[in-house]
Design a protein around this ligand. Structure first.
Ligand SMILES: [Zn+2]
Length: 148
C-alpha cells in the first residue's frame, strides 16, 4: 500500500477482468474526468471507482488507525476524502452514473456476488442510455455502503 492512486492494483484488475469477461468495453484512468477514475464505460455512461478502504477511509475494519502520527494521518485522509467527494460531484454534474467499489467488497468470499451486481447495474444503465432515458440525477451505487 505505498501509493494512494496507484495504477493496476489488484482490486482494479479483478473488476476490469470481470467487466471484460462480460464483454464491456471501457477506458482506464481516463484523464478527461476529475481524478482519473479507474474505469469508464461510455456505453453505460458509467464511471467505476475502486477505493482502498484504508486510504479512502471506508470506515470498515480495514480502516485501521495508526498508533503514531495521528494528526498527520488524519489530515492526509481528510484530503483524500474531500478529493473523492469533489471528483464525484464533477462526474455527477457531467451526468455520469457511478459505482464506488470498496476494496473490502472484493474479498474472495464476496467477490463473485459483487462482480455480478456491478455487471447487472452496468447492463441496466446501458439500456437506459440506449433508450435515451432522461434522468434528473445520474445513478450512484456504493458497494458496500459506508457503515454509519
Ligand atoms: Zn472497506
Amino acid at each position: 500500500m505505498s501509493r494512494i492512486r496507484g495504477r493496476d492494483t489488484l482490486p482494479e484488475i479483478i473488476v476490469r477482468k470481470a467487466l471484460h469477461a462480460k464483454g464491456w468495453r471501457f477506458r482506464v484512468c481516463d484523464k478527461r474526468f476529475a481524478g482519473r477514475p479507474d474505469v469508464v464505460i461510455p456505453k453505460a455512461k458509467t464511471i467505476i471507482d475502486i477505493r482502498g478502504c484504508f486510504w479512502h477511509r471506508h470506515g470498515c475494519k480495514e480502516s485501521t488507525m495508526p498508533k503514531s502520527n495521528v494528526a498527520f494521518w488524519t489530515e492526509k485522509w481528510s484530503k483524500n476524502v474531500r478529493r473523492d467527494i469533489r471528483n464525484e460531484e464533477s462526474w455527477e454534474r457531467e451526468g455520469w452514473n457511478r459505482i464506488i467499489v470498496w476494496e473490502c467488497a472484493l474479498a474472495p468470499k464476496k467477490r463473485e456476488h459483487i462482480l455480478e451486481r456491478i455487471s447487472d447495474k452496468v447492463a441496466a444503465w446501458a439500456d437506459e442510455v440506449a433508450a435515451q432515458v432522461v434522468r434528473r440525477k445520474p445513478h450512484r451505487l456504493e458497494l458496500p455502503a459506508k457503515p454509519r
